[in-house]
Design a protein around this ligand. Structure first.
Ligand code: C2E
Ligand code: CA
Ligand code: CA
Ligand code: CA
Length: 274
């Protein structure tokens, strides 16, 4: 509030006030999103270079009653700050495993895990419980982690990853190349997959550096016998480049967007009349 002339008070908001207030409002609504069934899991296909679909990444969607779809990049950080990500993360895991267990074709399914789920909560027990409950084979589940998981209590996170791997769950290193120490983490843990960040694929044609980085990541991963997923493949030129460079798996709008699994009924082995 600011005094304007005599006795008049004028309220105004700066851009920052508005942003802060908006975050608080969203955070408030987020608390009720689970019980109001406003979340949905979308699935984005992953394909081998010959086009064969080998699995899906589960991506969370929040359909807000007033705002419509709120992007995960906006609400995941809020859920992490408030600790709600523990409950939401459990829900995503359960919902994803429940759905995947019902698919006629036993395809892989990848779930994103937040660093907060590693630090607090009982992630191992949750995953164990959810696998038992849904009957999904652990080998069909993949968890995607970013280097944020390994920053903080490194030893604890590492031990947890080892125990998950011992259950048969696959561990993928997400957003590879964007962090500070992606390379050193490859040394500490035998990842089952490396996902090259979308930003490198995006610039593949425009910047020669990106092409060289992608080549280098592929050659490094192959030397370590770790298969690579290229994220954000949108064009045929990108696909062709990745195939030439012997990338194993691709994911992106060229193959398919994140959608409710019904849209991919034929891929999971459900016959649909056309
Ligand atoms: P991410 O794990 O790196 O997921 C890939 C993102 O790239 C997704 O965005 C996906 O829709 C998008 N994408 C895939 N292919 C293409 C493409 O060809 N072009 C373009 N432009 N984009 C593509 P989305 O779904 O908005 O998710 C954003 C981020 O939110 C994810 O990044 C992940 O970090 C986080 N997230 C999503 N769902 C969950 C979840 O269930 N749990 C947690 N902890 N994080 C999640
Ligand atoms: Ca991911
Ligand atoms: Ca990613
Ligand atoms: Ca990302």
């Amino acid at each position: 509030a600011k005094r304007e002339g005599r006795g008049r008070v004028c309220f105004f908001e700066t851009g920052m006030d508005r942003e802060l207030r908006d975050r608080r409002l969203l955070q408030h609504d987020l608390r009720h999103a689970l019980e109001q069934s406003e979340f949905q899991v979308y699935f984005q296909p992953q394909a081998r270079m010959d086009g064969e679909i080998i699995g899906f990444e589960a991506l969370l969607r929040w359909n807000h009653p007033v705002r419509g779809f709120v992007p995960p990049d906006q609400f995941i950080p809020l859920a992490e700050e408030s600790g709600l990500i523990i409950e939401i993360g459990d829900w995503v895991l359960r919902e994803t495993c429940r759905q995947a267990a019902s698919w006629p074709r036993p395809l892989q399914v990848a779930v994103n895990l937040s660093p907060v789920q590693f630090q607090t909560g009982d992630l191992e027990r949750s995953i164990h419980q959810i696998l038992l409950e849904t009957g999904l084979a652990p080998t069909r589940l993949e968890v995607e982690i970013t280097e944020g998981v390994l920053i903080g209590d490194f030893t604890r996170a590492l031990n947890l990853l080892r125990r998950l791997k011992a259950l048969g769950i696959h561990i993928a290193m997400d957003d590879f190349g964007t962090g500070y120490s992606s390379l050193s983490y490859l040394q500490s843990f035998p990842f089952d997959k490396i996902k090259i960040d979308r930003s490198f694929i995006l610039n593949l044609e425009a910047t020669p550096q990106s092409a060289e980085i992608v080549r280098a990541v592929l050659s490094l991963a192959h030397a370590l016998h770790i298969p690579v997923v290229a994220e954000g493949v949108e064009t045929e030129a990108q696909r062709a480049f990745l195939q030439r460079e012997a990338c194993e798996v691709m994911q992106g709008y060229l193959i398919g967007r994140p959608e409710p699994i019904e849209r991919y009924a034929d891929l999971i082995g459900i016959n649909v009349e056309r």
